[in-house]
Design a protein around this ligand. Sequence first.
Ligand SMILES: NC(=O)c1ccc[n+]([C@@H]2O[C@H](COP(=O)([O-])OP(=O)(O)OC[C@H]3O[C@@H](n4cnc5c(N)ncnc54)[C@H](O)[C@@H]3O)[C@@H](O)[C@H]2O)c1
Length: 350
Amino acid sequence: MLENSKVLIVGGAGFVGSNLVHRLLNICDPEKIWIVDNLLSADISNVPIDPKVEFIFGSITSEKILKKLPKDLEYVFHLSCFHGNQSSIADPYLDHENNTLTSLKLFETLKDFKHLKKVVYAAAGCAVAEKTFGEAAATSEDAPVSLFHDSPYSISKLIGEMYGNYYFQRYDLPFVKARFQNIYGPREILGAGDWRGTAHTVWRNVTPTFIWKALHHEALPLDNGGNASRDFIFVEDLVRGLIACADNGNPGEAYNLASGVETTILDLAKMINKLTHNPTPIDLKPARDWDRSGKRFGSTEKSKEKIGFEAEVDLYEGLKLTIDWTIKNKDLIACNMRKFQIFVPEVGKY
Ligand SMILES: NC(=O)c1ccc[n+]([C@@H]2O[C@H](COP(=O)([O-])OP(=O)(O)OC[C@H]3O[C@@H](n4cnc5c(N)ncnc54)[C@H](O)[C@@H]3O)[C@@H](O)[C@H]2O)c1
């Protein structure tokens, strides 16, 4: 349905956003894609040079940029954020500016656009998951949500959902929430973007960090013995899910984009060490003081039934593809990481 459509992707230079841009260009044949991105946590090399793509550099909070958006947009994917939990703890104001104000200003602008078919929002499964170190149950879309959160990032992701719900109810904004689990895959560039206050500017998420360290024969650090669990979803599956939300999602509804498979961090580390032939033993560490969300995974039932989405790539296959991509792009990644050697000295050696 996105064929010949006018599409805006906010945060389109990022990990998920750039994979979405590539899939739309390759499969969906849109008329035009506008990307708005301030490159806060992205590298420009993720943006394809294509006559159908227009890149607008800057924040989606900028009045000038908001005024410039074409009024006949049909699909909007709002993927921008202040990446991620740790950086938001270090700088809650920057999180607010890039993760909360962004959603409010974007939706306030879009409420007057008359051609919109869908506004798909990148919601976070971690913000709605039950916090447990016991046995996890699959989190469904209608599970109760706590008002107590571990990070400003997590709060921002929920506020984005709430603002969207408000604009849906009050102004009929065709707002659909895509709730992501832990995504991994090509185009997640360690160190991409600006310094965001913590070493996690460089070491973004667990999968690319483990892959990079394993390829350099370093010990994989496991917080809390690696007994936490997550639901890992390959990015190509996830962007198919985003398109399914745009095509088939009902405004006002939330859909999990999950694999439905629970994997412990210990098992993830073992799998990556095996695939990369890393001989160095795993480094067991104590729990992170801010993190109380031990085990979780997402329910896949509603997405399967209502929007016809199911993840297809299993973790082993997805990791192999991600490792291949990392090896092919090691110079680009090292270059992005090296920018921060002044803040994170150990990054300098790559
Ligand atoms: N990666 C995951 O595992 C995961 C899990 C749950 C939810 N999400 C959500 O998915 C979305 C995409 O995540 P990602 O992993 O691709 O992160 P990312 O950091 O690669 O992408 C976010 C993009 O937003 C851009 N951005 C930041 N502030 C902006 C602003 N003010 N205006 C315009 N652009 C701005 C960044 O430069 C970046 O390109 C985010 O909203 C994130 O919260 C991701």
